[in-house]
Design a protein around this ligand. Structure first.
Ligand SMILES: [Zn+2]
Ligand SMILES: [Zn+2]
Length: 283
């Protein structure tokens, strides 16, 4: 035919097949190439022109499976799961986003938890979508360990709707180089990229670098986590006077986000806001 099709080498497939179950580490872009003398060159040119828009076209036409219940759905979550799990009204600390007792509702905006009142963290605000618990935790696990990258886009669109103060610059929590090689992508950057696009804000995947390889945080308590990441990061570009947004998929104790905010503030950042998909209900 004289038409060759190339696609990103990193993809995984889960059952059953729909177009959205194919997940591409670098986006689902496909390019078509053809010789100018090929009888198929006209077709190839048309396909090339459609190349940038076909994922959206396919997306609009073919059904998807709800990431939670597996029912057919046009979006990542079906209406039922969205209503049941993803829109829980929760009163949260405006600084660290830990859930607060609902008895504090009605005393004005900008609540702070006792911990943030006692010792203010280096970040100024945290926005989260929901608690990290069943069944929504499966979304974060799917994104992080099963390369379900469409979920990052879903998280990003929802986080964008929470923003009230626009950051100047968006950066992900960096992965250790070894883990980046193992996984092939940084799930926080997969959320940060579409979030930046939705907010029309500049993003920088390498704004914060991990300069020390740290032990996995999940095995440590809060003090050990703080020590573990205390000097792990470095800011690689000027941030003086900027409002920087830091993006992560899951927030547990907040020790990593504290460490990042600390280096950003030390580098002159005016304000640091965390955008996090899911947060554990307690530190
Ligand atoms: Zn569902
Ligand atoms: Zn707090």
């Amino acid at each position: 035919m004289g038409v060759t099709r190339t696609k990103s080498p990193k993809y995984t497939r889960s059952l059953p097949f729909t177009h959205r179950n194919w997940r591409f580490a670098d986006g689902p872009s496909m390019r078509f190439q053809a010789s100018a003398f090929s009888p198929c060159s006209r077709v190839a040119k048309l396909v090339t022109r459609l190349g940038s828009s076909w994922p959206r076209l396919v997306h609009a036409v073919l059904p998807n499976l709800c990431a939670l219940c597996g029912n057919l759905s046009q979006s990542a979550l079906c209406r039922g799961c969205d209503d049941a799990y993803a829109n829980e009204a929760r009163l949260r600390c405006s600084v660290c986003a830990v859930p607060l007792p609902s008895s504090r509702r009605g005393r004005g905006a900008g609540y702070r938890c006792a911990d943030c009142v006692a010792i203010a963290p280096p970040f100024d605000a945290t926005l989260v979508l929901a608690d990290y618990r069943a069944p929504l935790d499966t979304l974060a696990v799917g994104l992080k360990f099963r390369a379900r990258l469409m979920l990052a886009d879903e998280f990003a669109q929802r986080l964008a709707r929470l923003a009230s103060e626009w950051p100047d610059l968006i950066a992900p929590v960096p992965l250790a180089a070894r883990r980046l090689v193992e996984r092939g992508y940084n799930q926080a950057w997969q959320i940060a990229k579409p979030l930046a696009r939705a907010l029309r804000v500049r993003s920088d995947a390498t704004l914060i670098a991990r300069v020390i390889e740290t032990a996995p945080q999940s095995r440590l308590d809060l003090d050990a986590r703080r020590q573990n990441v205390g000097r792990a990061f470095e800011v690689t570009a000027p941030v003086r006077g900027l409002h920087v947004a830091v993006v992560d998929d899951v927030m547990t104790t907040g020790a990593t986000l504290e460490a990042l905010a600390h280096v950003l503030k030390a580098a002159g950042a005016r304000r640091v806001t965390n955008f996090v998909a899911l947060r554990t209900p307690k530190n």
